[in-house]
Design a protein around this ligand. Structure first.
Ligand code: GUN
Length: 289
């Protein structure tokens, strides 16, 4: 029987700790951390995410604002808003919800956000800082995954064999950088990798981030491994809609010592890390360290 890592409980705990710190820091700074989320258009999934982000930001004592712009917003208008927010001393974190409408270039917009307010950790300056081990705002999903790995295995991950499945800029690559910074021996495997199952079977830590429903089963897992499932896939089974990860949970949990469920594993950690980044940005921008 494996230990099921409870991301909801961990994230709730973290929000309570942050709320205490925010209350204290607010006294010193004379203001609360300000997080603003930009949403362009009406994408239903994005609307749910943005609402959740706002609710949880308020729960920890942040000033949470939203800019909901119509689908027809031009890139210039969006860039003008980003510029205004970059220069607003009440705002410490800026997040532009993706995807953006197709007439707007995502890269141009993300690169316009002040790196010190880039609470997604997507700006090339933050990506570069992470890769050379400088302090940076870390991408939320991989950062949340590292928290869960340490929660399961303890703080010292040095020398562990880690395999990251997937090489995306948002998860796979930064995940590998974070595990390397923890002195793990890191391998990234992807769609062109040969003997992928054999490589995964060597891993003390497996992080699956490919977006392929239930691809990773017990045959890929070493007895006693820690398995982190970043996948969120909507599938139809027995005529019903179901949310599953990249890991076949029923099978993999027979071998893993620690495993995250979907939903309720990595997912809740992503917003918790967004809040943590906002708190970090607040402390740096207000010189509270
Ligand atoms: N859309 C889906 N996930 C994310 C995220 O983590 N950040 C942003 N900005 N947009 C998203």
């Amino acid at each position: 029987m494996s230990n099921i890592i409870d991301g909801n409980a961990y994230a709730t705990n973290l929000r309570q700790t942050m709320a205490g710190e925010v209350a204290e820091l607010q006294q010193k700074a004379g203001k609360a951390p300000g997080l603003t989320v930009i949403l362009v258009g009406e994408d239903p999934a994005s609307q749910v995410y943005v609402r959740k982000k706002g609710e949880q930001a308020k729960e920890v004592g942040f000033i949470s604002t939203e800019h909901r712009l119509p689908e027809t917003t031009s890139q210039e208008e969006l860039l003008a808003l980003v510029d205004q927010l970059n220069n607003d001393s009440e705002i410490h974190g800026i997040l532009c919800q993706l995807p953006l409408p197709s007439h707007i270039d995502e890269k141009t917009v993300l690169n316009a956000i002040d790196p010190d307010k880039d609470v997604d950790g997507f700006h090339p300056v933050n990506v570069g800082r992470l890769s050379i081990g400088e302090e940076s705002l870390l991408p939320c999903t991989p950062h949340g995954s590292v928290h869960l790995i340490k929660h399961a295995l303890g703080d010292n991950l040095s020398g562990k064999n880690a395999v990251v499945i997937g090489r995306s800029n948002i998860v796979g690559k930064p995940m590998a950088a974070l595990l390397l910074a923890e002195s793990c021996t890191v391998t990234i495997v992807h769609s062109r990798t040969q003997n992928i199952e054999e490589i995964c079977r060597q891993a003390d830590i497996v992080v699956a981030a490919v977006g392929r429903p239930e691809m990773v089963n017990a045959d890929w897992i070493k007895e006693g491994a820690c398995v982190i499932d970043v996948g969120i896939n909507r599938i139809q089974r027995d005529g019903k809609n179901k949310l599953v990860g990249d890991v076949d949970f029923a099978s993999a949990s027979e071998k893993a010592a620690h495993i995250t469920p979907v939903p309720g594993g990595v997912g809740p950690m992503t917003i918790a890390m967004l809040l943590l980044n906002t708190l970090t940005a607040f402390k740096r921008l207000e010189n509270l360290n």
